[in-house]
Ligand binder design. Sequence first.
Ligand code: A3P
Length: 285
Amino acid sequence: ASMSTTNNHYFQYKGCNFVSTIYTKEHLEQLQHFEIKDTDVFIVTYPKSGTIWMQQIMSLIYSNGDPAAVQSKPAIERVPWIELPNSNFPARPSPRLSVTHLPYQLVPKALKEKMGKIIYVARNPKDVLVSSYYFHQHLALYESPKDFPDFLEKFLDGRVEFSCWFDHIREWYTHKDEFNFLFITYEEMKKDLGASIQKMCNFVGKQLSDEKLDSVVEHCRFDIMKKNPMANYEGIPKKSEDGTFLRKGIIGDWKNHFTVAQSEMFDRIFHERMKNVPLEFIWDN
Ligand code: A3P
């Protein structure tokens, strides 16, 4: 299989797969010319790497820890995707928070003039894959994976939306110095959320008292978010009611899904494709 054999319900735009029923080439073209302000903050993730968690964290940092901000409006309105054709990003008052899964080559060009700030969140790709596998089973918008081995192959080939995990992270990471850029991992956030949030605050220039910082941490806990319909995408059409967007929220669930042989094959591909990318991941708890 090759990268060019995409599924019918994707189209390719400049080398990246997009779900046809959601995205348009016109908008993807237009957003590259979006005007960017210094106060804009972009969360960048490959899908299933902790996007919604970051939407919650950034909303709370910018509301100084006031939970009302994440209880009255859904995540998508607080921190919109720039790639959605009806994105309200351009019209929003500053400071504008937004999120994107776009690969390096497709983001607004002005970002490379060091306008705005980018927080890239990465997660170990075995857990990304497992999370994505369930996500495809759960959401009406996707074709259900045939089985785990089939999905594993698709993922490794990049025959999924936003294409290949390896390309996404390698391109972003190797070009990071072109941007105001903070790199953080899902695992780091799991292990010390307070310190991770402090790092983000420093990066965006927000100073929060210890008490406010504690409130941010409290309201982006997995169990709290799971109970908050404004933080867990309850409105998105599902195939069935079992399964949730906030599924397990742990490090290392891949061990319950990969066989030893699949894991060894994955490791070989990982080492080959990440040869020149000096990144270490945390694979288990
Ligand atoms: P799992 O499917 O492994 O549970 P995204 O928002 O990029 O689609 O990522 C979704 C993944 O992030 C899901 O992973 C989800 O459970 C996890 N997640 C969301 N909020 C979290 C939180 N507060 N703490 C830990 N994991 C969280």
